[in-house]
Design a protein around this ligand. Structure first.
Ligand code: V07
Length: 257
């Protein structure tokens, strides 16, 4: 665990002033976010739901920047769940075009920052045009050495566990693994997140206090942080509040401090 105790400076859009925040305590290595409340944000403004998704994508850009500036190592974003297919066809279609739009505007900055993009979830069920973006972005950021951004697309936590066991079973059948050696690290390694650091902090916006099938195995010991703020209204400052709260909590992993 890394101890963070430093001043962090940034410019706010509104007044172009420089703000200083002191972050004490541990900095989470891996932050995972359930980005909820785009539809509600739009409704409140009398706008169509897709306007909320568009605004939400702007927040994605800002949060990637903020996490990278802070030195977060892994950011996992729940962009599309296995349940989201139940939404109206035209909304799903709109959502499925966001990845391409995102990369068209962001790829240069991601390259500059050395961000590595990865995907979790069953991307083989996505429309072909989305899969094309998935492939291209993986390829273009593969050699980067900076922060990892995992986009969860068509992701479900239970399905991820099932998929991991199936993969392990195939290795057993091929004689490359044995059930005698099947343990928690072995299962973790076969999840879509692989052997990367488990999330330390899971953030959910928009007032719901559930995991909703997101990283259910990986988040076993994560600190959970909830806010009523809707995703399009989520700011750098909101993220810092979450990280400061995280730093204050005593993390015991079930033991005694
Ligand atoms: C989506 C905007 C954010 C709020 C949550 C739902 C709507 C960014 C992406 C994205 C995904 C993959 C990728 C690059 C960007 C995205 C979907 C929805 C499906 F490689 N935002 N965003 N994808 N929303």
């Amino acid at each position: 665990m890394r101890e963070l105790k430093r001043l962090w400076t940034w410019r706010t859009k509104a007044d172009s002033q420089t703000a200083n925040v002191e972050l004490k305590g541990d900095l989470p290595a891996h932050i995972a976010i359930i980005m909820d409340g785009n539809g509600r944000w739009a409704n409140r403004r009398g706008l169509p739901r897709i306007a909320g998704h568009r605004a939400g994508m702007t927040t994605v850009r800002e949060v990637i920047r903020a996490c990278d500036d802070l030195g977060i190592q892994i950011l996992t974003l729940y962009a599309f769940s296995t349940e989201n297919w139940k939404r109206p066809e035209f909304e799903v279609e709109y959502l499925m075009r966001l990845p391409e739009e995102f990369f068209r505007s962001e790829m240069d900055e991601l390259a500059l920052r050395g961000v590595r993009v990865r995907f979790i979830g069953d991307t083989t069920k996505l429309p072909e045009y989305t899969q094309e973006t998935v492939r291209r972005s993986l390829e273009r950021t593969r050699d980067n050495q900076g922060m990892i951004v995992n986009f969860a697309l068509n992701y479900g936590g239970r399905a991820d566990v099932v998929q991991a066991v199936q993969k392990y079973a195939e290795e057993v059948a091929a004689g490359r693994s044995s059930w005698a050696q099947f343990d928690e690290p072995a299962l973790s390694a076969h999840l879509s997140t692989g052997s990367t650091h488990d999330p330390d902090l899971v953030i959910r916006t928009s007032g719901e206090m559930r995991l909703s099938n997101f990283l259910i195995w990986q988040a076993a010991y994560a600190e959970l942080w909830f806010t009523d703020v809707l995703w399009p209204d989520f700011r750098r400052e909101t993220l810092i509040e979450a990280i400061q709260d995280y730093g204050r909590r005593k993390r015991r992993f079930g033991g005694l401090k």
